[in-house]
Design a protein around this ligand. Structure first.
Ligand code: SDX
Length: 431
């Protein structure tokens, strides 16, 4: 914390207020406005929170100008190259890279929490076969607060740890059950002899009738995608988890709220929307028309997978995923996937267009991820579910950080009221 301050001056009355400012380890300074309403009787105004730091955090750092993403200080590029999703889960949850022994114990613990209560499985029978998987997953994760309420003591470090492990371990199982329900296929139980990514592929794509061979390239691609989507500081869904959890609500319900927020096409739902957009564009000759539409203020169309609230440079994750696209598509035999070719062409056109350059709109993490999920056999409606599986560790890590912060209190923003003045009730006979 620095001892620097800023002075806010009311140019009408000449009154001044000194506001403390703080500098973190990295990133912009912050001005502490907590006393503003008490001392000056005014609120700050920042719809969408583009200039608002909602908390202190030690988990993830993003530099949008330089395209930097660190998980507990480690560059995502290095973790993508050298780590595994399960090791990244440990890092995000506990703050340090694990020793061999710590990693082994953690991985074993997660493996042994992957099964779900059999009555939870029966909940899927309540959904129509064409229910969107995100609707089913958020509903069933929310039901976990019914299964684990009596034992959910958020003041207990052990209970909080068990909650975190259950969410990380069970989300793939719940996601796979949702997928199998849409197919009308039988549910595949998790296998404790498989690693996280291989087990996920098994539960999604194996059937009881025959042996399912796990493709190591597919498992490697899934593990990498999970690492890249694991956390991203105070994004919309993580902020939703923090807000919902700040009332002391059952944390399983807070995670379900985060899943619901992630579903939006402006957020995690963009990966599914990118594929829909590429299919609608159809061929490179139509790109100019769609780029023109994206620039037209009177047209609600936006280039899905482009732009970011924070990155005003390339999203570092998009670069890694684009490179991986080539490798995965070549290995899986789709190296001339027309949609990937179209995505590459669209990226080139957009990056040379003045509008996108001026507004600093670059491809984000969602632009290429759908191409790979599709090549791996996932339906577009499952793409955001895959995002939720990865982000689950970010959500539980931020929830833990908030709940264990001695300074935390219920989140309760204020507003700028622009509604009617006080007025008296008029009886219906006189209206
Ligand atoms: C994720 O926050 C995170 O960290 C999210 C995420 C994570 O890991 O959690 O990174 C994951 O959500 C990535 C983003 C996925 N969403 C999309 O790809 C949807 C398309 N992108 C846009 O909807 C938009 O860029 C957002 C939502 C991502 C960012 O919105 P902002 O920050 O509110 O920016 P904005 O909408 O105010 O846009 C600024 C300008 C606007 O023009 P003006 O009003 O200034 O004239 O840029 C334009 C926008 O119209 N613009 C676009 C555009 N994105 C922004 N124009 C065309 N196509 C686009 N994609």
């Amino acid at each position: 914390m620095s001892d620097k301050s800023f002075t806010l001056k009311d140019n009408g009355s000449g009154e001044e207020a000194d506001l403390a400012s703080y500098k973190g380890t990295l990133g912009p300074e912050v001005v502490d406005v907590r006393s503003l309403y008490g001392q000056q009787g005014i609120f700050t105004f920042d719809p969408g929170f583009a200039s608002t730091a909602s908390c202190e955090s030690t988990i993830t750092f993003i530099d949008g100008e330089e395209g930097i993403l660190l998980y507990r200080g480690y560059p995502v590029e290095q973790l993508a190259q050298k780590s595994s999703f399960i090791e990244v889960c440990y890092l995000l949850l506990y703050g340090e890279l694990p020793t061999q022994d710590e990693l082994g114990k953690f991985e074993n613990n997660i493996r042994r929490h992957t099964m779900i209560n059999e009555t939870m499985l029966r909940l899927f029978n309540g959904f129509h076969h064409d229910a969107h998987p995100m609707a089913m997953v958020s509903g069933v994760v929310g039901s976990m607060s019914a299964f684990y309420h009596e034992t959910m003591d958020i003041q207990s470090a052990r209970r909080r740890e068990i909650f975190s492990h259950r969410i990380i371990a069970k989300l793939p199982t719940i996601a796979a059950a949702a997928y199998k329900h849409t197919l009308g296929q039988s549910f595949m139980y998790p296998r404790n002899d498989l690693d996280f990514a291989s087990n996920l592929l098994h539960m999604f794509f194996a059937v009881p009738a025959e042996y399912y061979e796990i493709d190591p390239v597919a498992a490697e691609a899934i593990d990498l995608l999970l690492i890249l989507h694991a956390d991203h500081e105070q994004n919309c869904s993580t902020s939703t988890v923090r807000l919902a959890g700040s009332s002391g609500a059952n944390p399983y319900s807070a995670i379900a709220a985060g899943i619901a927020a992630l579903w939006g096409p402006a957020h995690g739902g963009a990966n599914e929307a990118v594929l829909t957009m590429l299919k609608e564009i159809g061929s490179a000759k139509n790109i100019p028309e769609y780029v023109a539409r994206a620039k037209d203020k009177d047209d609600s169309f936006r280039l899905m997978g482009f732009g970011h609230r924070v990155y005003k440079n390339f999203d570092p994750r998009a670069k890694i995923i684009r490179d991986m696209c080539h490798k995965v598509l070549a290995k899986l035999g789709d190296d001339n996937d027309p949609l990937f070719e179209l995505a590459l062409e669209l990226e080139q056109v957009a990056l040379q267009d003045d509008y996108f350059v001026e507004k600093q709109l670059y491809p984000n993490v969602d632009f290429y991820s759908g191409i790979i999920y599709r090549a791996l056999g996932f339906r577009p409606s499952m793409f955001t579910v895959m995002f939720a599986i990865a982000r689950s560790v970010g959500w539980v890590s931020h929830w833990q950080e908030m709940i264990t912060d001695p300074a935390y209190r219920i989140a309760r923003p204020r507003q700028l009221y622009v509604g009617p003045e006080t007025r008296d009730y008029v009886d219906v006979t006189n209206r």
